[in-house]
Write a protein that binds this ligand. Sequence first.
Ligand code: 13P
Length: 249
Amino acid sequence: MRRPVIAGNWKMYKTQEETRAFFEAFKPLVPATPECDIVVAPPFISLAIASAAAHGSPIMIAAQNAHWEREGAFTGEISMRMITDAGGKAVLIGHSERRQYFGETDESVNRKVKAALEAKLTPIVCVGESLAQRESHLTHSILKRQFEGGLDALTEHEFSRILLAYEPVWAIGTGKTATPEMAADAHRYLRELAATVFSPSQAAGIRILYGGSVKPDNIKGLMAQAEIDGALVGGASLDAKSFAAIVNF
Ligand code: 13P
């Protein structure tokens, strides 16, 4: 049985003060021993504050990105070690907005995944097709390329430490959720890839989250699919009540 994961990606939202206020409101709304793993990914500048605010709660803090080098002359970048130092336990890698607007490739995703594992962070590796790709029936070939490229040369043990997030680009921030069946189909395909590239037992264990316009009113239907192990929530994770409603689905 795979334990569900509900993760919130705050993107470029919330100041430090707003971060404190969120946790004050959110913590009482979730049980001390919830039935799923809870992750919140604030902007870098609020990582330490979020970690302190989440201390003693079951909430795990994640970064939204990081560089693969340990340190160096990389102006504006943050290393994996800086994230762990700030209390982060996980890191989103290869979010479609990073791929679309900041030129991330399967190769940079792969370097980041390896660096995150080395730093003992949980990589949350994001994959997903655009609308044009879906309409051209390229969904599976895009997922295959992203999966094989992003996770290239990982050992089975390393693979067992990651989380995958399927986020169809056309469903992000658009209010258009993939139907539970569409999401499940993509998840099933990713699991097949995991069986081929790694092993059937790895495929059975990997947790795959769905992301794209997840809200309190559609989480139940998504989670009813055996293939869907959790959600990566954008907009609806910014509000303590709505994120708690998703966590408590
Ligand atoms: P929305 O939930 O706002 O569609 O964002 C999804 C997402 O990109 C989470 O990483």
